[in-house]
Design a protein around this ligand. Structure first.
Ligand SMILES: Nc1nc2c(c(=O)[nH]1)N[C@H]1C(S)=C(S)[C@@H](COP(=O)(O)OP(=O)(O)OC[C@H]3O[C@@H](n4cnc5c(=O)[nH]c(N)nc54)[C@H](O)[C@@H]3O)O[C@H]1N2
Ligand SMILES: Nc1nc2c(c(=O)[nH]1)N[C@H]1C(S)=C(S)[C@@H](COP(=O)(O)OP(=O)(O)OC[C@H]3O[C@@H](n4cnc5c(=O)[nH]c(N)nc54)[C@H](O)[C@@H]3O)O[C@H]1N2
Ligand code: SF4
Ligand SMILES: [Mo]
Length: 705
């Protein structure tokens, strides 16, 4: 009998970069286990990893280009698809100008080395300003804070969780999400290790989350009020002389301004509004500062809210003024082998803001892209510069971006749309042509982005496990061909050659990195823990951390207005705050076609507190109508003590009942879409990021389904 073979690779599904050990025979996967020798993940995996097999064998996956006709979708050849796309896009450029072609790139872009290396040159070849990505429905406020504080939008401080004595987690649920902007595989055990070594973990979240359950302490907070808590903590630190800038003492600007503005936010003033007592706020400030090392980590729940920019700024300020920025056990900057930040010294690309404004709502550009919240209006509003054609790459904005129904209307109105995707789904069904791509086990991987955000410096290259079929194309091959058609020039380098070129600039010389050295180390290479790097690594012109940039200070006005409103506590037509949640066996909107991931009890439910359920006379499992100012959905409820009074939760990424898709398993487990309730007008006015969290809704019981 033939022996099984073993293949080592990195999982591309979330930010954790888990090492996988895959046993296979021919083109059949026998087992997927954690790779114990991976220096970062140490053998950890989650249930999604085994679904990589399902993605590989999924009969609903598209394998050849398809074109929408009056009689439905038909397969066409790659050559015809490229010709038609070139002709249509060039016609539209000629008729309406270059900005008539919009693009949206979704989350798997950053998990796909082909899209990372070949996506930007293609979009550049089109010369359009109308660029959108999932960044503005996710981590934009982190980038914004880093741009103005450290001079580079990618200089994101990463919690040193393996050495910290105190971790304050706000608006993140890494026990389920496996960590984000903190590549920390096996997060739950790393968190338990903090407790084991005598440290403490405190979680601040409107839901008693899976992370909260393994922490020392959890505290509810009213959605959208975290900036007030952070300011009150900073207030206590100044007021009680708990300040400690450690080695950064001579390297900051604006400390006095922070002290001045924090005066206004006494614990007493903010406590009831955020759902704390003033003693609890004070105690948190004492615990944080009394700990030898500590780190505050604020993630999605802090970013996708009304004050996302302020929150991420204040998280950095808190770490900095307590001696926990750029220090072991605090938040540190990484030094990956291929160092996009370091390389900016050559490329000069450090990020930009508000260099131009969007056409319809005058929203600011961030590093070349506009907020996706305004995409539908850019398509639907006539006039010079209106988007007439769209390119979507690895994205499903109909389910992921605010007000999905409005976006559907917009996509339907386009003259032409092309999608690079693996499925005919809620977004790609509006395409004129879908170009199917390889994914997962069929692709090579080097994590350009997540090595940059990891809690340790490592490097790893994964070769494709299975050869693609003759009819399939990799994302990068498709993009390379399309680029050639718009520049007239052939890029002579393939994917590995491009990576090999970049590896020459590696931060590490021992061993000297190249694709071939990386192939000799299939488990990855360990370059050790993160180290302090400031002030050298700063990109600010005076090499100082800007603690109080005027943009943040000015935005406090908006927060103050909100504070006044919250004090009034007026009766609202939409009395509940809706928040999201993630599940270990789900991944945004696109992994629901795997039976092993969706089977079991329905997960697309509304969580509600027993007090709220009682007052509305609702019973467990009953269907409710949830309405917001833009739409309504119906789904069953789950009554639980694990959610704050006045807050309800629905997971995002569901809503697969929409007609015209071809994902049969997902359709059978359709759920409803959170983003049929979110209003695209609700954004963080400072950064342009979508404000999903705390969407105001009304709940009413309904009979039957
Ligand atoms: N209400 C609410 N909305 C949210 C969130 C929330 O918490 N609440 N979260 C937000 C966040 S954090 C994010 S990142 C976004 C995600 O938003 P999106 O990135 O728009 O959505 P995904 O669900 O990740 O869809 C990924 C798409 O890529 C395709 N795909 C998968 N792999 C590949 C590949 O290798 N190549 C190509 N070409 N395509 C591929 C899939 O089929 C799918 O169509 O959603 C955001 N939206
Ligand atoms: N299993 C799984 N893993 C994933 C994903 C997935 O879909 N499934 N998606 C991946 C992606 S794209 C991302 S970006 C990451 C996100 O990773 P995380 O940032 O960990 O995201 P969530 O799990 O959505 O956690 C957000 C938390 O914020 C809380 N929250 C909501 N509003 C507020 C608020 O106003 N204040 C506070 N303090 N908390 C609030 C929510 O209750 C929730 O617990 O996860 C990644 N990993
Ligand atoms: S946590 Fe799960 S999905 Fe994320 S990289 Fe690891 S195995 Fe893959
Ligand atoms: Mo995300």
């Amino acid at each position: 009998m033939e022996e099984f073979k073993t293949h080592y690779r990195t999982c591309n599904l979330c930010e954790s970069m888990c090492g996988l050990e895959i046993k296979y025979m021919d083109t059949t996967v026998i087992s997927i286990k954690g790779d114990k020798k991976d220096p970062l993940s140490r053998g950890h995996i989650c249930p999604k990893a085994t679904a990589l097999t399902d993605l590989y064998t999924d009969k609903d996956r598209l394998k050849t280009p398809i074109k929408r006709t009056k009689n439905g979708w038909v397969s066409i050849s790659w050559e015809d698809a490229f010709d038609e796309i070139e002709t249509a896009l060039k016609r539209i450029q000629k008729k309406y100008g270059k900005n008539a072609i919009g693009s949206y790139r979704g989350n798997p872009t950053v998990h796909n080395i082909g899209l990372m290396l070949f996506g930007a040159p293609f979009l550049q070849s089109l010369g359009s300003n109308q660029k959108y990505t999932a960044t503005s429905i996710d981590q934009l406020p982190h980038h914004f804070a880093s741009l103005y504080m450290f001079g580079h939008y990618l200089m994101l401080p990463i919690p040193d969780i393996d050495r910290t004595d105190f971790m304050l987690i706000m608006g993140g649920n890494p026990a389920v999400s496996n960590g984000s902007i903190m590549t920390a595989p096996d997060f739950a055990n790393r968190l338990k290790a903090i407790k084991k070594r005598g440290g403490k973990v405190v979680v601040i979240d409107p839901r008693y989350t899976e992370t909260a359950k393994i922490a020392n302490k959890h505290h509810y907070i009213k959605p959208g009020t975290d900036a007030l808590l952070l300011l009150a903590l900073i207030h206590v630190i100044f007021e009680e002389n708990l300040l400690n800038l450690a080695h950064l003492k001579m390297h900051t600007n604006g400390l006095e301004t922070i002290k001045e503005v924090a005066k206004n936010y006494t614990p007493k003033k903010v406590a009831t509004i955020i759902g704390f007592t003033s003693e609890e706020i004070q105690q948190l400030a004492y615990d944080f500062t009394a700990s030898k090392t500590a780190v505050c980590y604020g993630r999605l729940g802090l970013s996708t809210q009304e004050f996302g920019g302020l929150c991420q700024w204040l998280v950095n300020v808190l770490n900095c003024i307590t001696g926990n920025l750029d220090s072991e056990g605090g938040a540190l900057f990484t030094k990956p082998a291929i160092d996009i930040v370091g390389l900016s010294k050559m490329t000069g690309k450090t990020g930009s803001f508000n260099k131009r404004q969007s056409r319809v709502h005058k929203l600011p550009e961030f590093t070349g892209e506009f907020p996706v919240a305004t995409l539908a209006d850019e398509i639907l509003t006539p006039g010079e510069g209106q988007i007439k054609a769209m390119i979507t790459i690895a994205g499903n904005p109909v389910l992921s971006a605010p007000n999905g129904k409005q976006l559907e209307k917009a996509l339907e109105s386009l003259e032409f749309m092309v999608s690079l995707d693996i499925y005919l789904n809620e977004t790609t069904k509006y395409a004129t042509i879908i170009l199917p791509t390889t994914t997962g086990l069929e692709t090579p991987l080097y994590d350009l982005v997540f090595h940059q955000f990891a809690i340790k410096n490592t490097a790893k290259y994964s070769e494709a496990l299975f050869e693609k079929t003759a009819e399939q194309k990799h994302d990068w091959e498709i993009l390379k061909e399309l680029t050639k058609r718009f520049t007239g020039k052939e890029n002579s380098l393939n994917l590995e050659q491009t990576l090999d070129y970049m590896l020459q600039f590696s931060n590490y010389k021992n061993p000297k990195l190249s694709i071939s050295t990386l192939k000799e180390h299939p488990h990855g290479i360990d370059f050790g823990s993160l180290k302090p790097q400031l002030p050298n690594r700063l990109f600010t012109t005076d090499k100082k951390i800007e603690l109080a940039h005027p943009l943040f200070i000015a935005d406090l006005e908006r927060l103050n207005k909100k504070l006044k409103l919250l004090k009034i506590n007026a009766i609202s037509k939409f009395p509940f705050s809706l928040i999201g949640r993630r599940h270990l066996r789900s991944n945004n909107s696109w992994m629901h076609n795997s039976i092993r991931l969706v089977k079991g009890k329905n997960r697309c439910t509304l969580l509600i507190n027993p007090i709220d359920a009682n007052s509305l006379n609702l019973k467990e499992g009953q269907f409710v109508k949830v309405s917001s100012d833009v739409g309504q959905v119906k789904l069953p409820i789950e009554i639980t003590n694990n959610i704050m009074y006045g807050v309800v939760s629905i997971p995002h990424g569901w809503g697969h009942h929409r007609k015209g898709t071809n994902m049969k398993t997902a359709q059978q487990h359709a759920g409803i879409s959170f983003n049929d309730l979110t209003n695209e007008q609700n954004i963080d006015n400072l950064t342009g990021n979508a404000d999903f969290s705390g969407t105001k809704v009304k709940i009413e019981g309904v009979k039957g389904v």
